[in-house]
Write a protein that binds this ligand. Structure first.
Ligand code: DX5
Ligand code: ZN
Length: 217
């Protein structure tokens, strides 16, 4: 069964408390929080202050996805804000190994995200250190985009690498996940499904989350 992580990028920011309550009452496993800097990605979202508020509403895992340049400058802030899992982009890290150690030394789980053009093989020297690899299935920056089909090949390749090494690194898929493609994504070898629009723009978000869990059983 998939670990389901609704992305708050598509939540109602005028009433975040209601959306937090809804996710808490739902079968969702994680809160996925997207941080955008307007430099690495064309959009600006929110920062550690909002993460801190959201953190207070839940005991579920806070999965923070940094789409920012020079992430090392903010790692401590997100630790203080209550992130459990902190994911940085491979494309943003000149010293990726150092970034990973920094995150882990603060007691957080560490993920590395890959843009659609970045091969999964680029992580082969650090894969054993990672709790998670986030494969972007759209170009990062916005919710509601269409799933890029080649992602399925990347998932299969990464799953093979993880199995060969006998490690427990999770594979998270982010962007364009729907009720129609969730089963195929899981079959390719994913563990975690991020869903923004599919959850928050649906008529009954709680039921949509239940369906995502059910079809990936
Ligand atoms: C995109 C973000 C995603 C986004 C997913 O850059 O990383 O987490 O919110 O949104 P959907 O599920 O609507 O594609
Ligand atoms: Zn994300």
């Amino acid at each position: 069964m998939a670990i389901v992580a609704p992305s708050f990028l598509s939540a109602n920011f005028l009433n975040l408390e209601a959306d937090c309550r809804m996710i808490n009452e739902s079968e969702a496993d994680w809160f996925h929080l997207d941080i955008m800097d307007g430099r690495f990605v064309p959009n600006i979202s929110f920062g550690p202050m909002i993460v801190e508020f959201i953190r207070k509403t839940t005991t579920k895992v806070c999965d923070v996805h940094l789409m920012i340049l020079e992430p090392e400058k903010y790692v401590e802030d997100f630790k203080k804000a209550g992130a459990d899992m902190l994911t940085v982009h491979e494309e943003c890290c000149v010293h990726l190994h150092r970034n990973i150690q920094q995150i882990k030394s603060l007691g957080m789980q560490c993920g590395v995200a890959l843009n659609p053009h970045t091969p999964v093989e680029s992580l082969k020297e650090v894969l054993d250190d990672l709790d998670m690899v986030l494969i972007m299935s759209v170009n990062p920056g916005f919710g509601g985009q269409k799933f890029i089909p080649n992602t399925l090949n990347k998932i299969r390749t990464l799953r093979r690498m993880i199995t060969e090494r006998g490690i427990a690194t999770k594979i998270e898929i982010d962007g364009g996940v729907t009720l129609d493609n969730a089963a195929a994504i899981m079959k390719a070898g994913a563990d975690v499904l991020v869903a923004g629009n599919t959850v928050f723009k649906s008529r009954d978000p709680k039921d949509t989350i239940a369906q995502l869990k059910k079809i990936t059983r």
